[in-house]
Design a protein around this ligand. Structure first.
Ligand code: PMP
Length: 392
């Protein structure tokens, strides 16, 4: 037994030596524009609460009311007894919001990706996946037992090469993030749709960072590109722009019926608590009623990008509210983050394995509710420290 714990200790020590050991900090008011860590007030440039609605009064009162009426738990899997009328209503609302026949709620985006992919493909099938897709897509793909081909990030020539190789497999599933979570760039969905038609494949997109931000009233990037009807499987998360928790998949009724019967991460888990589901219902309304948030977040992000690009920061090809500042080394990235922390800015360092080796970065995420003054100040501080550290 002693050697077991010693081995764990050694592994952690190795991580520490590579500046990859992770600790969690306590963040007071994590969903707001200004947070507090160890008594220090910091501008929050690391939240996925892109629209700033996680504290919205409509979401909060919906959650409180649901607790009072229904209690704190679904108490069982949805297919057993954990299914209030509210849950079916919210799935109908999600389908209406996404303009699809039906929708299904999962407990998280991670569970949705793993559940959807393993339900739809297996041995004899093939998955063709963008190289930097989210870890939950990778895990779902591995678990499915299907063959996996990964194409170079957003490289449509490479995707076509993979599709040619995929000839002969029973079902071909192309899967991509719509807005890439660590690079902030956009999948070329119209070209991907063309290729999936040409090679008779099925397309799944992950709108975790597109929902609420892109497309009419925040319907997502597929809506923005006008290709929603040609995407068989659209999933998205509810814990980011929508300010709640959980995830959805939207599509044809037959797809949703199938997933309800086959997706193990849906079947074998207790449903989300009523408070969360009620807050999702309110969030769908708020996103549409207050669509100024969507315009604001994109306008503010594009201003920040321009300012940082002008002075020579490498922002990869970000086109969204997610703005990476590429640094490279783990230690240098941590130092950049620490120096910003010292001047009251929270910009978390993202290191491998979340990003590829030597591609550590700060990941800034902009909120609709960041004030222009705060962003202007933050940009100046980032430039100043970036120069001091020789990053620009
Ligand atoms: N897909 C993508 C693209 C993500 O960025 C994330 C969250 N980081 C997920 C899925 C997982 O979502 P959740 O946090 O709801 O599990």
């Amino acid at each position: 037994m002693k050697s077991f714990y010693t081995n764990l200790e050694n592994e952690l020590h190795k991580l520490d030596e590579q500046h990859l050991f992770r600790e969690m900090k306590i963040v007071q008011g994590a969903s707001t524009e200004w947070v507090e860590i160890k008594g220090k007030r910091l501008l929050n440039l690391s939240s996925n609460n892109y629209l700033g609605i996680a504290n919205h009064p409509m979401l909060k009162s919906a959650a409180i009311q649901a607790i009072q009426q229904l209690g704190c738990s679904a108490t069982a899997a949805r297919l057993i007894v954990g299914n209030y009328e509210l849950y079916d209503q919210v799935e109908r609302d999600l389908a209406r919001f996404k303009n699809t026949e039906a929708a299904l709620i999962f407990n998280s985006g991670y569970m949705a990706n793993v559940g959807i992919i393993t339900a739809l493909v297996g041995k004899g099938d093939i998955i063709v996946s963008d190289k930097i897709n989210h870890a939950s897509i990778i895990d779902g793909a591995r678990l499915s037992g299907a063959e996996i081909l990964r194409y170079k990030h957003k490289d449509m020539v490479d995707l076509e090469r993979c599709m040619q190789k995929a000839e002969g497999y029973r079902r071909k599933l192309i899967v991509t993030d719509s807005v890439f979570s660590m690079d902030g760039d956009l999948a070329p969905l119209p070209v991907i749709v063309e290729l999936k038609e040409k090679y008779k494949a099925v397309l799944m997109i992950d709108e975790a960072h597109g929902s609420g931000v892109f497309g009419e009233n925040g319907r997502g990037l597929a809506d923005f590109y006008g290709v929603s009807d040609q995407v068989e499987i659209i999933m998205g998360t509810l814990g980011k722009a929508l300010g709640c928790s959980g995830a959805y998949v939207a599509g044809r009724k037959v797809l949703i019926d199938y997933l309800r019967n086959k997706a193990r991460s849906f079947i074998f888990t207790t449903g989300l608590p009523p408070a969360v589901v009620a807050s999702i219902q309110a969030a769908i309304q708020v996103v549409q009623l207050e669509n100024w948030r969507q315009k604001d977040v994109l306008a503010k992000a594009s201003w920040v990008r321009e300012e940082l690009a002008k002075v020579g920061f490498n922002l990869l090809n970000s086109e969204s509210q997610i703005i990476p500042i590429l640094v490279g080394g783990n230690e240098a990235t941590l130092e950049f983050s620490r120096r910003l922390f010292d001047v009251n800015i929270l910009a978390v360092a993202i290191r491998p394995p979340t990003v590829p080796p030597n591609a550590a970065r700060l990941r800034l995420s902009i909120m609709a509710t960041h004030s222009k003054e705060d962003l202007t100040w933050a940009v100046e501080q980032i430039k100043l420290i970036g120069r001091e550290l020789g990053i620009i």
